[in-house]
Write a protein that binds this ligand. Structure first.
Ligand SMILES: CC(C)(COP(=O)(O)OP(=O)(O)OC[C@H]1O[C@@H](n2cnc3c(N)ncnc32)[C@H](O)[C@@H]1OP(=O)(O)O)[C@@H](O)C(=O)NCCC(=O)NCCS
Length: 227
């Protein structure tokens, strides 16, 4: 079992059914099915097709990893962000999948607890974000990003870091200005190291190398009472 397979999914997040928007639906999303979903949930009426964004479940791991391989290839596991994820669980309540009409996983995003620099503030690291290559440009990545940021904010997190393309993440408010004094623990391109403050000034004075601070994969969830 690899490190990803050991990740326990976040719990407690409700299902959110979201219309993809104005972009042309991809055929794999079965636009002819206006209603779908599990547990009595259903899609919202609107243009095009709908996806649902749900908390990742334990039995989503294999499909999520296959999607990541298709979308990003094996080199994804050599990224500096991976050093902050390996052997850790995602932040509580912050691992999401997007599901298509047949319930299959068409997108994934997770956030991870980190410390922003030496003795710095708690923050989240976002990634990987990926969408099934056959469904690119249908708005799924944007829906996942907006959902992830909104949930992080709702849960009281102060800032999100990521390494990614500024032209894409800029549309969600991410920029490189707040990471100037921070560093990732491995090779990365500085202009792709971005941050979004959910609380103004959260990253003021943050400097040094970002460190993993999330629960290790062997640890029980924090809300469980000690035996
Ligand atoms: C990047 C990714 C998540 C975007 O998801 P998506 O569902 O295709 O994107 P959306 O439909 O929400 O957004 C499409 C828009 O983003 C733009 N876009 C997509 N990828 C981009 C990139 N890398 N840089 C800049 N813009 C990008 C598109 O041109 C399009 O622009 P428009 O709205 O002006 O037409 C997806 O392409 C993917 O999985 N890529 C492979 C994995 C990856 O690179 N993940 C991110 C790591 S940095």
């Amino acid at each position: 079992m690899n490190a990803f397979a050991l990740n326990t999914p976040s719990s407690g997040a409700s299902r959110h059914l979201l219309p993809i928007g104005e972009k042309k639906p991809a055929a794999a999303l079965a636009p002819s099915s206006p209603r779908w979903g599990e547990g009595g949930s259903r899609s919202e009426p609107g243009e095009g097709v709908s996806i649902s964004i749900t908390a990742e479940q334990a039995d989503d791991v294999v499909a999520r990893e296959a999607l990541l391989d298709r979308a990003m290839g094996p080199a994804r596991k050599r990224r500096s962000s991976e050093k902050l994820r390996r052997g850790r669980r995602p932040a509580e309540g912050l691992a999401f999948v997007a599901r298509g009409a047949d319930g299959g996983i068409v997108g994934t995003v997770r956030l991870w607890d980190v410390t922003a620099g030496e003795g710095g503030p708690a923050a989240l690291l976002l990634g990987p974000l990926a969408v099934d290559p056959s469904l690119k440009g249908a708005g799924i990545g944007s829906k996942l990003m907006r959902h992830a940021v909104a949930e992080a904010r709702r849960l009281g997190h102060a800032a999100i870091l990521l390494v990614g393309d500024a032209p894409y993440y800029g549309r969600f408010g991410f920029g490189a200005d707040k990471t100037a004094s921070l560093a990732m623990p491995g090779p990365y391109e500085r202009d792709r190291f971005l941050a979004l403050e959910l609380r103004t000034g959260a990253l003021d004075g943050a400097a040094g190398i970002v460190k993993a601070s999330g629960r290790r994969t062997g640890q029980p969830p924090r809300f469980r009472a000690a035996a």
